[in-house]
Design a protein around this ligand. Structure first.
Ligand SMILES: C[S@@+](CC[C@H](N)C(=O)[O-])C[C@H]1O[C@@H](n2cnc3c(N)ncnc32)[C@H](O)[C@@H]1O
Length: 282
């Protein structure tokens, strides 16, 4: 087992949810479900993640590896970004917290071995170092710039085996229009078939989307409190799935003290106005 020294800035996580990141309940459950269904169906293959940050999603992915399967993660971690826009994105969102060492320590809190780590821009993956058709699941969650995401989707396409699944993060966020453009371009121009949409992620395949949707629907998501709807988008049937936190009790207006309420209710209007002014001045 590989160990890394404890880092006082990154306390050891007790659960994957202790790891900072952007990987929430609905997507955790969809990843688990789709990967488990692949395993149950005898579909084998490696797993690839583009954009790992501190490991929140990679930790879950690593828990799904079967015998002989590998997880590869690709992230800049502490390295320079390949261009100014990407560099600005890194400075704004990740630089102050992200180190490869912190990722590795987080990952090793849950797994005996590290995945294969490629510390580089995801563009290096276009050289074919991920064998074509070797993966069953690819998570694309790195740069949010159109040109990068469009290339990352092509990397995913080449890496995926028949009926492999891709998950594309931030396909509809206000601050990531480039991701939206790249994702829907892949659908309209490059044969990507949508399977499921959560608020954060698009799931699709270049294989049998109908079969993937069937696997998704073998679970009764609605009975577990999820919202699930079916949409048709340019001839593609797709499920929208979302988890709404159960609503807590409605917020109550601040309570006035009984004396204050009685005084305001019972005093004549002029006295009440004077009292209100005095109370407001406190
Ligand atoms: C949104 S975070 C990933 C979050 C992670 N998947 C999770 O669920 O917590 C995006 C990551 O992409 C990495 N990144 C940004 N641009 C990249 C690029 N061009 N190549 C490789 N990694 C990049 C950043 O370093 C950051 O760790």
């Amino acid at each position: 087992m590989i160990t890394t020294e404890a880092d006082p800035g990154n306390p050891t996580p007790r659960t994957p949810d202790d790891v900072p990141g952007w990987f929430w309940k609905a997507d955790q459950q969809v990843f688990d479900w789709l990967l488990d269904r692949q395993t149950a169906a005898g579909t084998t293959g490696d797993i690839l993640e583009l954009g790992t940050y501190l490991g929140r999603s990679a930790i879950l992915l690593g828990g799904h590896l079967g015998p002989g399967e590998t997880l590869t993660v690709c992230d800049l971690f502490d390295s320079d970004a390949p261009d100014d826009d990407n560099s600005a994105e890194m400075s704004m969102s990740y630089r102050h917290t992200l180190t490869r060492r912190a990722f590795e320590a987080n990952y090793l809190a849950f797994h005996r071995r590290l995945p294969t780590v490629i510390q580089a821009p995801t563009s290096v993956l276009a050289d074919g170092r991920i064998p074509a058709g070797s993966c069953r699941f690819v998570h694309v969650d790195a740069s949010h710039l159109y040109e990068h995401v469009a290339d990352d989707i092509q990397v995913a396409r080449a890496a995926l085996g028949p009926n492999g699944l891709v998950s594309l993060d931030d396909y509809r966020s206000e601050h990531t229009p480039g991701v939206a453009a790249a994702v829907w371009q892949a659908v309209f121009d490059h044969g990507l078939r949508p399977v499921c949409l959560t608020p954060e992620k698009f799931y699709g395949t270049w294989g049998d989307a109908e079969a993937a949707r069937h696997e998704l629907c073998t679970r009764d998501w609605r009975a577990e409190g999820y919202r699930m709807d079916e949409e048709t988008i340019a001839g593609h049937t797709v499920h929208r799935l979302a988890w709404d936190e159960p609503a807590g009790p409605a917020p109550q207006p601040p309570r006035r003290s009984t004396t204050r309420r009685l005084a305001l209710d019972l005093l004549p209007p002029i006295a009440t106005r004077a009292l209100r002014r005095r109370l407001a001045a406190r």
